[in-house]
Design a protein around this ligand. Structure first.
Ligand SMILES: *Cc1c(COP(=O)(O)O)cnc(C)c1O
Length: 398
């Protein structure tokens, strides 16, 4: 008997003939769209050539990055270099007391951190602000943790008064507090030091709390700027338990990925030895993307601290110029200090599509990543202000 009926077999083999032309068309479309991308915080300014030679290998960092596995085509040693680099940037006092990994994304970092927190604490609740990324309430649903939201101020940062109220009302519980370094929509920075101060004041001691910092957006920006208020610095010195970032945002990789760093005691609790792997089962995914490790490692080692410093400075200046140009046309703009996210009233659908803007209600934003150069900003500002002059939106965005 045929496995596939004749009609389907014909359909499928016709499709096979289209593969090359489909891929060619896709490449043309991508290069066209990449050059006008403004809305998502992706640094598209990377050179894939040094790592493209590994396209012929299945690079799989199976199991725990510190242990490795029997599979030889892996780069766990480079993963540890990435993690060590990140730990130093995030000011881990003694890297030996921390554990880290390169994962699938900022979302995976958040999910895994909240899982480790749940395994550490007794029946905890998760608290995050209304401006936190949607992956945090999602993590709470997946892990069946009760989640409470607390308000944010106009800048998008967590409200300390609200936080104090929510913590006080739950002072008999164990608390997972998820803070954000660079909120998704407004690029705001929660004051980590003050939030931990609130936990202390209410009497939630370190044995009853777990503080995670979601730094997907800006934990690879703020460590490299001058004059930063210490409270918002993404740093383990505040006494946080875990911190994560995305690899495809400020770092700049050709695939989604992320880095997570956690205090090592929290990981020990969940580690179980799996003999099939010859490794510890300490990661969400068993097979892990080694190409992503190569991509992040290549970026960190090449750019180095000086490169990130330079990128952060150039991007902040460009974002300020961008905001200034819109403001001089009478457009209300939000640009938080040390942020690359320029928020303005949502323009027409045409501009939203053309520049791939991310929107929320009646506001939209552009994120000035290193790949967003002056000429792209100028083109967008001209198009936006031309529209604005014909039809100044009455609504002020919220
Ligand atoms: C982008 C982002 C995430 C999610 O990261 P992914 O790598 O896209 O999964 C989480 N939190 C914040 C604040 C983000 O900006």
């Amino acid at each position: 008997m045929n496995i596939i009926c004749e009609q389907n077999e014909n359909l499928l083999s016709n499709r096979r003939k289209d593969v090359d032309s489909t891929l060619r068309k896709l490449g043309t479309k991508f290069s066209d769209r990449r050059d006008k991308h403004l809305g998502y915080p992706y640094n598209l300014d990377f050179d894939p050539r040094p790592i493209s030679q590994f396209g012929e290998f299945l690079v799989n960092n199976l199991g725990d990055p510190y242990v490795g596995s029997h599979y030889a085509t892996e780069v766990c040693d480079l993963e540890l270099e990435v993690v060590d680099w990140t730990m130093r940037v995030w000011e881990c006092a003694d890297p030996e007391e921390y554990w880290g990994t390169v994962g699938a994304s900022g979302t995976e970092g958040n999910l895994w951190a909240i899982y480790l927190a749940r395994e550490t604490l007794d029946n905890p609740i998760l608290i995050h602000s209304t401006e936190a990324h949607y992956s945090l309430p999602k993590a709470a649903r997946i892990l069946q943790i009760e989640a409470l939201t607390c308000g944010a101020d106009r800048s998008g940062a967590i409200s300390l008064d609200d936080l104090s109220e929510v913590i006080h009302a739950n002072r008999h519980r164990s608390i997972i507090l998820a803070l954000t370094c660079g909120t998704t929509m407004k690029g705001a920075h929660d004051d980590i030091a003050s939030c931990i101060g609130v936990l202390d004041q209410v009497g939630i001691d370190p044995s009853r709390r777990f503080v995670h910092v979601d730094g997907a957006l800006n934990a690879m920006v703020l460590p490299f700027v001058d004059g930063l208020p210490s409270g918002i610095r993404p740093s383990f010195r505040h006494g946080v338990d875990s911190m994560s970032t995305s690899g495809h945002k400020m770092i700049g990789t050709p695939m989604p990925c992320g880095v997570l760093v956690v205090r090592r005691d929290h990981v020990r609790r969940v580690a179980s030895v799996v003999s099939y792997l010859r490794s510890d089962d300490t990661t969400l995914m068993g097979s892990r993307n080694g190409h992503a490790v190569l991509a992040i490692w290549n970026r960190l080692m090449r750019l180095d601290i000086a490169g990130f410093r330079n990128s952060a400075r150039v991007c902040i200046e460009r974002a300020e110029g961008f905001a200034g140009a819109l403001r001089s046309a009478g457009v209300p703009v939000l640009l938080n200090p040390w942020s690359l996210t320029v928020v303005f009233p949502k323009p027409s659908e045409r501009l939203v599509n053309e520049y791939q803007l991310a929107c929320d209600g009646n506001s939209a934003h552009a994120v000035v990543m290193p790949s967003v150069k002056a000429d792209l900003i100028e083109r967008f500002v001209n198009a936006y202000t031309a529209e604005w002059r014909c039809n100044p939106q009455q609504k002020v965005f919220s």
